[in-house]
Design a protein around this ligand. Structure first.
Ligand SMILES: Cc1ncc(COP(=O)(O)O)c(C=O)c1O
Length: 278
């Protein structure tokens, strides 16, 4: 079956999708993106993703009407036979094509690209957990914008892949911010800790869900940055994201976390998360 993608108002085979080499997404990484997961054809937290999309667009001064995206995404799932499974939709909006100038050109049309893909859960990793590494956070100071400028993220995730680790946790000025494509939460003394929602982290949707689960389960959720040493001494570590879902990290830089197995709070949150999604 030919894969069908969406580009600028049209559904077409991926092999026929074309953009200009002068697209500012290509030249400057001048664009933003979102990834939404569909469980059996139903989007998870669609409204939150659209809100974050609008916020990212606003922060980079890109005007785009987000109405109609739901129909586009459903069209992609249907046309690619992904309506009854776990599927992801990737959406990217760039400022569009124009001769290369550093300011934002006016009057050009944004480039809108979306595709759907098979996005199964990593069952074994969710059950057993993964080892993670840490690295200095070498990204810019607007990590709250879901920008397509992901070179530092890919460089650092690649370091994790090279050593067989599940993620690379980022450290800025001694404090854990997040990971290359997921949020990081620590569990200490029955309480969850996460970096405050500042310019240094992406406001993760999965993290919002975890916070809600904590509230309804009488588990304290504190927004407080923690250090690398505190990370190593956590009872449990959760790597959270649309793709990672609720992933236990059982070691960090070779240091065993807790007893080296997914802990009880992680499992509780996983169970509640699965109830919401499955
Ligand atoms: C840098 C970063 N932090 C956190 C997340 C988690 O966000 P979400 O839960 O919305 O997928 C992501 C997801 O792509 C990410 O790239």
């Amino acid at each position: 079956m030919k894969e069908i993608v969406y580009l600028n108002g049209q559904f077409l085979p991926r092999s026929e999708a074309r953009i200009s080499p002068d697209d500012r997404g290509f030249i400057f990484a001048d664009g933003i993106y979102e990834v939404i997961k569909y469980y059996g054809g139903k989007p998870f937290r669609f409204g939150d993703h659209i809100l974050r999309l609008k916020r990212s667009l606003g922060e980079i001064g890109l005007s785009f009407d987000a109405g109609g995206l739901k129909e586009i995404f459903e069209g992609l799932l249907a046309k690619n036979g992904l309506g009854n499974t776990q599927a992801g939709v990737y959406l990217q909006i760039t400022r569009g094509a124009e001769k290369r100038v550093h300011y934002f050109p006016v009057g050009i049309n944004p480039t809108v690209y979306a595709f759907a893909f098979d996005f199964p859960s990593s069952k074994e990793k969710l059950e057993k957990g993964v080892g993670v590494i840490t690295h200095e956070d070498i990204r810019w100071h607007r990590c709250d914008i879901k920008s397509v400028s992901l070179l530092p993220n890919t460089m650092l995730y690649n370091k994790a892949v090279e050593v067989g680790a599940g993620e690379c946790i980022l450290i800025r000025n001694g404090f854990v911010t997040e990971a290359t494509h997921s949020s990081v939460l620590g569990v200490k003394g029955g309480k969850l800790l996460a970096h405050p929602l500042t310019n240094l982290v992406l406001p993760g949707i999965t993290r919002i869900v975890i916070k809600e689960i904590c509230e309804s389960s009488q588990v304290e959720f504190a927004e407080r940055a923690f250090t690398k040493d505190e990370l190593y001494a956590m009872d449990e570590i959760i790597i959270a994201g649309t793709g990672s879902e609720i992933m236990p990290a059982t070691s960090a830089d070779g240091n065993k976390i807790g007893d080296g197995k997914p802990g009880p709070l992680t499992k509780l949150i996983q169970d509640k998360f699965f109830e919401l999604t499955r």
